[in-house]
Design a protein around this ligand. Structure first.
Ligand SMILES: NC(=O)c1ccc[n+]([C@@H]2O[C@H](COP(=O)([O-])OP(=O)(O)OC[C@H]3O[C@@H](n4cnc5c(N)ncnc54)[C@H](OP(=O)(O)O)[C@@H]3O)[C@@H](O)[C@H]2O)c1
Length: 266
């Protein structure tokens, strides 16, 4: 299955309330769920998939191997624990959540294990997250061309991340935007509000429509079924080329997720 371009993020969607939000997303029509070993939502994702009654092969499930599980002999057991937590027999996509910090395992060490996880059927496809251009090139030289499905990175109208996104696209790697709504703050943008009013839409829908129009995947989340549905409907919103160009000018260049142990960004 190709990566569905509209997915549902599950950060914060823990417990019965979180599971119900994930289930609501599936009922609304989302067919891509984004979890991670550190989110504590793998169980909720598995429960929601089963409760939805959807055939397993109609839902694309992504998980991410946490930075603490990248050492020799750690990646595959960590993915086995992920599958045990979710009760699923495979994920559709396994990502390296963050490159190892300085002094940690080399990309060769964890990417070979990720590739082996795919060969063993734990994950149908593999990819990365928070990788820079240099790390993407290193990963391509280790894994070969056409293996990395996506690089999941911070990207929204206020944080354009264009250099990295353009590089990924030029190498056939899908860009998946995390924080596609800048954690909900992008709705305050006056340009997005003005364009939204013209389309009888919301500024959040305009942000998502702009990201989708670039060919990126998006994984917004919400606890609220109305907003979950509203975000899903963004895929029906067509923006003009002038509107897309105007949104391109909103970049503030301020990264929101920037741990001190993270990579040297582009
Ligand atoms: N790979 C990584 O390192 C990484 C890092 C961060 C996130 N992620 C993934 O990306 C997903 C999305 O990122 P995110 O959750 O940080 O940020 P986000 O999706 O940009 O924003 C979520 C916030 O926006 C609000 N919101 C959602 N839809 C809205 C709407 N239509 N109108 C107004 N407010 C709305 C939500 O509040 P309510 O719940 O109150 O609606 C929530 O507080 C995560 O769930 C996770 O799966 C990955």
């Amino acid at each position: 299955m190709d990566l569905p371009r509209l997915g549902f993020g599950t950060y914060g969607r823990t417990g019965p309330e979180g599971r119900d939000a994930i289930l609501a997303a599936l009922e609304i029509g989302y067919r891509h769920l984004d979890t991670a070993q550190t989110y504590d939502t793998e169980r909720e994702v598995g429960e929601a998939v089963r409760l939805s009654g959807l055939p397993r092969d109609e839902v694309f499930v992504t998980t991410k191997v946490s930075e603490g599980n990248l050492g020799e002999g750690q990646v595959i057991p960590s993915l086995e624990r992920s599958l045990e937590a979710s009760g699923l027999d495979h994920v559709d996509l396994a990502l390296i959540h963050w490159p190892a910090r300085k002094g940690g395992p080399a990309p060769e060490v964890y990417l070979r294990q990720l590739s082996e996880a795919k060969a063993r059927g734990l994950a149908r496809q593999i990819g990365v997250s928070n990788f820079t251009i240099a790390l993407i090139e290193e990963a391509r030289s280790i894994l070969g061309d056409g293996v990395i499905l996506t690089n999941q990175v911070e990207l929204n109208p206020w944080f354009r991340n264009r250099k990295l996104a353009d590089h990924c696209m030029s190498r056939g790697i899908v860009v998946t935007c995390y924080e596609p709504l800048a954690r909900g703050k992008v709705g305050a943008d006056p340009v997005l509000q003005r364009i939204a009013a013209r389309h009888r839409a919301t500024p959040e829908q305009v942000a998502l429509a702009w990201e989708l129009a670039q060919g990126y995947a998006v994984i917004p989340t919400s606890r609220n079924p109305d907003r979950i549905a509203q975000n899903f409907a963004a895929q029906d919103l067509a923006l003009s080329s002038d509107e897309l160009a105007e949104i391109d000018t909103l970049d503030r260049g301020i990264r929101s997720i920037d741990p001190d142990w993270g990579p040297v960004w582009d």
